[in-house]
Design a protein around this ligand. Sequence first.
Ligand code: HEM
Length: 424
Amino acid sequence: MNAQFKPSSVYPVLPNPNDVALHEIDVSDPRLLASGEWETYFKRLRDEDPVHYIEDSPFGPFWSVTRFEDILFVDRNHQLFSSEPVIVIGDRPEDMLLDMFIAMDPPKHDKQRQAVQGVVAPANLAQLEGLIRSRVEDILDNLPTDKEFNWVEEVSIELTARMLATLFGMPQEDRHKLIYWSDMATADPALTGGEADRDEVLQAMHECATYFSQLWLQRKEEIKAGNKSYDLISLLLSNDDTRDLIDRPMEFLGNLLLLIVGGNDTTRNSITGGIKFLNEFPKEYEKLRADHSLIPNMVSEIIRFQTPLAHMRRLATQDVELAGKTIKKGDKVVMWYVSGNRDERAIDTPDQFTIDRPNARHHLSFGFGVHRCMGNRLAEMQLRILWEEILQRFETIEVVGETEHVLSNFVKGYTKLPVQLHKK
Ligand code: HEM
């Protein structure tokens, strides 16, 4: 692990949440999400100190906002809470900052988002549905049914890679590059406590920029020759505000990485989470088998229950009172979506996975306000197609071993989920 991150200086082993003094609770420790302990830690904060300050963490001092309504307040008030310069808990040296609109405030944010959001407009999603379904069918039809395998590797990563390559109009054989670049971008220890070497991260970003510059120029020629397609690059090239994006290299790389990262870990871990939760709540699996029309609602419940991105961070632009605390101008404020999604003040029986939950879409996983996830309908469509195809083929997907988790305070996800398929 990178020398800049030292979680074990105080506690070499993650302590029992009830043994730690309240003021010492540090939920930025990436071991939290990788263990089962995060639920108890966050419940304690919601109940005893919902807007919680820690002076000394490996990422510096910061506030944790842990209740649903308080998170909504922060997310919706971008004038009070800025998304610049980064949206994760760690800081990045200024010369390494990428221009991504997720880390910009209005009006600059709005202009850039507007320029790319056509790529996920309903008409484009409809164009993509058939292609995505064919990728899903291909993967599911080729899975082993006679032995145990790791669902994360064989399905979640593979499928997300194929879907992303399809979205970018890339040759399918290059799909693993996308996954590698995205993994590197989110595993930087200085930013999220993840496991990656700093030089390797920089090298990966460089490769990514080179690859996409070539793809961009090639696509430009194809469009000139009259070959139109609906991939993300072609759409960016067809828009007046973005057709010269390549002339702004940091913005070019930043926005492409945002689209890659946005659609990678999040979708991947929701794919794995769904299998895990249906195994943990077998009555829900029975409900689903009996009524496939529950799929869209279940997709929202999976995304709430998983909360693939655990937090987003902001900087206070002025002194703000929140839940009786005074947040000072310039303080770091971290919205823990993972906690808000389990807040019993806002959600009934939040620790239950309930596929026919009323109002299931009212969760925090996509954020709220001007930065609300641009790809939310795309992600839901991908998961809906996957589950429609799974239910056509398999009676049960049984979890047969221990789950292993990603080490990060940002990406809440899995590296391993051993399963055995049972065909219909
Ligand atoms: C922003 C989550 C899928 C692209 C965000 C934010 C979250 C999020 C939490 C920030 C919201 C805020 O600050 O208020 C998720 C989850 C997904 C998912 C949980 C899947 C289950 C996708 C996909 C794409 C995508 C498939 C690809 C197009 C983006 C972009 C932004 C964003 C471009 C920046 C929006 C802005 O700043 O205006 N996402 N995302 N996301 N997401 Fe997603």
